[in-house]
Design a binder for this molecule. Structure first.
Ligand SMILES: Nc1ncnc2c1ncn2[C@@H]1O[C@H](COP(=O)(O)OP(=O)(O)OP(=O)(O)O)[C@@H](O)[C@H]1O
Length: 254
């Protein structure tokens, strides 16, 4: 099977610190893959390298058959790899609906002139964009808040809006950085269902960084464990759960 994402020897140095040291990952289509590891293990740095926020010091990243290491973030997003952040990042003064419309800007294949003249192609693109925004609002249970500004949403709702906003950009790979952080058990349960729905019914692959081990073990098809920047273990949830090196890395931390 052709991989959706293949990462080899990924390395990121900050001065003398090697935050990510020769990490390898592989993802297929319609898979949930998690990257776990103790605090400071290098997980977010891996995300930053893959999504173009950092230029990796070494290694290669192949996404849908194309080498993307070193490309800027907006180009990587356009290719279909989008992400959320550890701390919610929304357009806080915009409404919930506007957040979802802005996310689609690079799919609205219309120029300045067609916008000015309101050509049929422009109106069709606008209609489709609106329909897609409403589709995702409903999926994440935010329809009734469509006209509320994003900063007036509860924290858990903001988290869901972030995921909806990513999905409105029509990605094939969604990267979620600690999506369960700060959520209550009900919200985490809903998140669990949403992520599985994205894989099963929307055909998206999800790369997940998460400290909530129950969530990770429940939904992951495959798990990579990193420790101090280096690969420590990988396998199915069952294999990782029973790996003595993984247990030691986590217990050592406490
Ligand atoms: N921009 C940066 N400049 C210098 N050092 C950095 C930078 N970003 C991360 N680091 C360092 O790289 C290491 C890995 O950090 P990273 O945030 O990737 O870990 P993490 O596994 O995501 O941790 P956590 O689970 O706590 O979020 C840490 O030692 C961190 O201090």
């Amino acid at each position: 099977m052709t991989a959706l994402l293949t990462v080899s020897d990924l390395t990121m140095r900050f001065g003398g610190l090697v935050a990510v040291d020769q990490v390898a990952l592989r993802m297929e289509e319609r898979q949930i893959v998690s990257v776990i590891g103790p605090n400071g293990a290098g997980k977010t740095t891996i995300f930053n390298c893959l999504s173009g926020f950092y230029r990796p010091s070494g290694g290669s990243v192949n996404f849908k058959g194309q080498n993307i290491q070193g490309l800027p973030g907006h180009q990587i997003a356009r290719l279909g790899m989008v992400r959320t952040f550890q701390h919610v990042r929304l357009f806080k003064e915009m409404t919930v609906l506007e957040n979802l419309l802005v996310a689609q800007h690079f799919h609205l294949n219309t120029g300045f002139l067609s916008g000015l003249l309101k050509t049929p192609a422009f109106r069709r693109a606008e209609r489709e964009g609106l329909a897609l925004a409403h589709y995702w609002l409903e999926k994440v249970n935010l329809t009734e808040f469509a006209n509320r500004t994003a900063d007036n949403l509860a924290y858990g709702q903001q988290r869901r809006l972030e995921i909806a906003r990513c999905m409105a950009a029509r990605p094939s790979l969604l990267m979620l950085d600690e999506p369960a952080a700060g959520l209550n058990p009900n919200e985490t349960h809903e998140l669990n269902r949403l992520i599985c729905d994205l894989r099963d019914n929307e055909g998206v692959s999800i790369l997940l960084i998460e400290h909530d081990m129950k969530l990770v073990m429940d939904i992951s098809d495959y798990i990579y464990v990193v420790n101090q920047g280096r690969p420590l273990a990988e396998g199915t949830p069952e294999q990782v759960r029973n790996n003595p090196d993984v247990i030691k890395a986590y217990l050592g931390e406490t």
